[in-house]
Design a protein around this ligand. Structure first.
Ligand code: ADP
Length: 443
């Protein structure tokens, strides 16, 4: 699959047809959605950006991962429409615009403008908005979004650096972002099931409403809503709504959905996350006797050769007979990170580490690593880019929101590699070992 100007995707006939085409406004959110669809039985590919060549894998859904949450609205619209056109060319019958379950947006967008543009592109008069993800504590009641027990406006999202959410009333929040009329289908209707929800959609439409916020506080609500969305061209939602849609296409949970090629090659972990969870995971890996090498951002700055030294260490460790997984990590406790940031500045420290770890990941894959764990959201972005990965088949879930994936890379052999991208606070302390156990079929 190659990437070029978005429009060219329309000209070529796809080799396989999908049923559901998803557009996600950030990378980890895309994986989260993809993973939920796999759990419900869909075979899913996630692409990084909008591809231009037709899809070559036989799957049920594609999630196009954009980075459009906080870019200017016009750019988010252009990218999302390009994604919709490509997905349409692959056969998508229904489209899913996926945003964060905390409805991350600013008064200018980008949820409203993107939903508007997709409705125009798909020539559709009505859609819904449902960020609820009860499994993760996100629920919508009378149009108000709750994060755990707190209203959105009283949650940590109030102080988000890029998308502070100071109003929990989603009808009001969305109305401020779109010229279309926004309404509500509340829990009393949702509780009555699909027929009642569809009837309400009809009456809202007749009264001039184009987008309906949906109440949902439980997975049962999402499963009741699912069949009511069967005939919509466009659904806008968090990743939770994924549990309600596959059945509309006659798809039920099945093992084949998450089946990946047999794992091969050596095993490695590259960790640039400094979250509490990742610090515990690095400590757990070492406590189990795993081979680990700490890298130091200050050293990277003073001696560029230190990246090669880390790579040599890891390559040697992998040569040992019966070598287990090796870990190269910049992961450090908060005091150490602060000290480095005070010397280098946070941005430069981050860049140095991301550049070094992504070079190490590429070097390891070139030396036969076929099973790679990357810890850290930004670190993952840097590694995926350096490895030239453009699409990933989504496999079984290691921890909520973190699946194993299989990808082709110009740096790997023709069989490709297994990779998992774990952002910050995801996963239990034994994540690294349980991830490899899962590939081994031990779990
Ligand atoms: P997370 O998902 O936990 O937020 P990220 O990879 O997104 O992890 O972000 C961690 C950032 O911290 C990256 O930019 C990484 O390069 C940087 N970093 C990693 N280790 C250190 C360190 N020891 N000192 C300073 N910055 C670091």
């Amino acid at each position: 699959m190659t990437f070029a100007e978005p429009e060219s995707g329309r000209a070529v006939e796809p080799e396989s047809r999908i049923v559901l085409g998803c557009i996600a406004d950030d990378f980890t959110g895309a994986t989260d959605l993809a993973s939920n669809l796999v759990r419900e039985g869909m075979r899913v590919v996630q692409t990084i950006g909008v591809p231009t060549e037709p899809l070559s894998l036989d799957v049920d859904a594609v999630v196009v991962a954009l980075k459009s949450r906080t870019i200017p609205p016009a750019e988010a619209v252009a990218q999302s429409v390009a994604a919709a056109r490509w997905l349409k060319a692959q056969g998508a019958r229904q489209f899913y615009f996926k945003y964060c379950s905390t409805f991350d947006s600013t008064p200018a967008g980008n949820i409203g403008p993107v939903a508007d543009a997709l409705m125009t592109e798909l020539d559709t008069r009505f859609t819904v908005a449902c960020p609820a993800f009860p499994e993760n504590g996100r629920s919508v009641f009378k149009g108000h979004l709750f994060v755990g027990d707190a209203l959105l406006q009283d949650s940590g999202m109030r102080d988000h650096p890029l998308t502070p959410m100071t109003d929990s009333n989603l009808v009001r929040v969305l109305q401020a972002q779109t010229h279309r009329k926004v309404g509500l289908i509340d829990h009393t209707v949702v509780a009555q099931g699909a027929t009642a929800i569809m009837a309400r959609m009809g009456s809202l439409m007749a009264s001039g409403i184009s987008i309906a916020v949906l109440d949902a506080t439980t997975d049962d609500d999402l499963r009741r809503i699912g069949p009511a969305l069967k005939d919509l061209d466009l659904v806008t939602a968090g990743s939770g709504m994924a549990i309600g849609l596959p059945r509309n296409f006659g798809i039920a949970p099945r093992d084949v959905a998450g089946r990946l090629p047999a794992p091969r090659g050596r095993r490695a972990i590259v960790s640039g996350s400094c979250s509490l969870a990742t610090n515990a995971q690095v400590a757990d890996f070492q406590a189990r006797g795993g081979a680990a090498y700490a890298v130091d951002p200050l050293e990277f700055q003073e001696d560029p050769g230190s990246v090669d030294a880390a790579l040599r260490w890891a390559a040697d460790a992998l040569q040992a007979p019966n070598a287990g997984p090796v870990l190269v990590y910049a992961t450090a406790p908060p005091e150490a990170v602060k000290a480095v940031q005070a010397r280098l500045g946070p941005a430069q420290a981050g860049q140095l580490v991301e550049h070094a770890l992504s070079r190490i990941a590429v070097g390891l894959v070139e030396r036969g690593v076929g099973q790679l764990i990357v810890a850290g959201g930004e670190t993952s972005g840097a590694c995926v880019q350096a490895l030239g990965i453009r699409q990933m088949r989504i496999g079984p879930q290691i921890a909520p929101g973190v699946p194993w994936c299989h990808a082709q890379s110009p740096h790997a052999g023709s069989e490709g590699l297994h990779v998992t991208l774990k952002s910050g606070n995801f996963g239990a302390a034994d994540f690294f070992s349980s991830a490899f156990d899962l590939l081994d079929g031990k779990e």
